[in-house]
Design a protein around this ligand. Structure first.
Ligand code: SAM
Length: 312
């Protein structure tokens, strides 16, 4: 299998991590290994990479993509939420850079049997990690209406959450992606730019994979793990992800978190990173033209301070 798609913000990631020979880099969301390959190229001849993914299919593709780099990489089937523990267990030196390219990969979207796409018919699955118990079908067919509304509203920012949840319950059982998309289409207006099922599918995917909790858990571990002066680069694809990343970097780049009117600091918080992207980096129009899935990507970069509270 070959890389079907150019990795999102590829050049910007290489510039952000500025890999060097001898450096160690972690790709926490390996996917097909496109970014990882670029990092391994850039840190030749002596740099190395640790790649994580929960999806065994992604790891198999990445293993082929990265085969030319011999023993300079190590791939592990694990969640990035265990980043700190994994680096500790394999007694890795602190990495010089960590990449997180959040969400689903093109391979996952383009494989109907994985159930991520409302355009192609497949089972309502949506698990990144096929060994976890709960699928999108379990949520759609067993959750009470109020929980469905909550998921659609919180993880999809779906204004029609109530109407869609009621329609799902009326049409149960719903086992297929196209069946769910038709149920949503039947109660939605067709005048929006986005497909009416897009927000529901996003919400279900986030709920199945507990994505927002995972991002919240990995960010402090990544900053902890990284070498002083090393960089964390995070690509997000929707506002819920980006808000978590933005607020984390903003908080961690401040020396005091006390309310602005408080005369003296009582929190003692010290900055651990410098915020290198107050405005997120977004793809150029040419990249969006080549790869429309890149259109909502936002890259944020943080650099670990040499000493907490000491800007480099
Ligand atoms: C957008 S893709 C990454 C694409 C990759 N950068 C490339 O160049 O091909 C995101 C990947 O993260 C994986 N993923 C999602 N949640 C994860 C988690 N908690 N831990 C590890 N990998 C995860 C998905 O399975 C998917 O393969």
């Amino acid at each position: 299998m070959t890389l079907a798609h150019e990795p999102v913000l590829y050049q910007q990631i290489i510039t952000a991590l500025h890999p060097r020979s001898g450096g160690l880099y972690v790709d926490g969301t390996l996917g097909a290994g496109g970014h990882a390959r670029g990092i391994l190229e850039a840190c030749a001849p002596a740099g190395s990479l640790i790649g994580l993914d929960v999806d065994p299919q992604a790891l198999a593709i990445a293993r082929e993509t990265l085969a030319p780099y011999g023993n300079r990489f190590r791939l592990i089937q694990a969640s990035y939420t265990k980043l700190g523990q994994i680096l500790h267990e394999i007694t890795s030196p602190p990495p010089d850079g960590i990449l997180l390219d959040l969400g689903a990969s093109s391979m996952q979207f383009d494989t109907p049997e994985r159930g991520f796409s409302f355009r192609d018919d497949g089972p309502l699955d949506m698990r990144f990690d096929p060994s976890i118990a709960r699928t999108a079908s379990d949520i759609v067919n067993t959750f009470p209406e109020k929980d469905l509304v909550d998921i659609l509203y919180r993880f999809g920012e779906e204004r029609n959450a109530r109407r869609i949840a009621r329609a799902i319950i009326r049409n149960r059982p719903v086992y297929r992606t196209r069946q769910l998309a038709s149920v949503i289409e039947s109660v939605s207006s067709r005048h929006e730019a986005q497909h009416p099922a897009a927000r529901t599918f996003q919400a279900l995917r986030i709920a199945v994979n507990d994505e927002l909790e995972a991002i919240t858990r990995v960010l402090p571990q990544a900053v902890d793990a990284i070498q002083a002066g090393g960089r964390l680069a995070v690509i997000s694809f929707h506002s819920l992800e980006d808000r978590i990343v933005k607020e984390f970097i903003r908080r961690e780049s401040r020396d005091c978190l006390c309310p602005p009117r408080q005369p003296a600091c009582t929190c003692g918080h010290q900055a651990t990173v410098a915020d290198l992207s107050r405005r997120p980096i977004t793809p150029a129009p040419e990249e969006i033209q080549r790869n429309p899935r890149a259109r909502s990507a936002k890259l944020r970069i943080a650099e670990k301070l040499v000493q907490p509270g000491t800007m480099i």
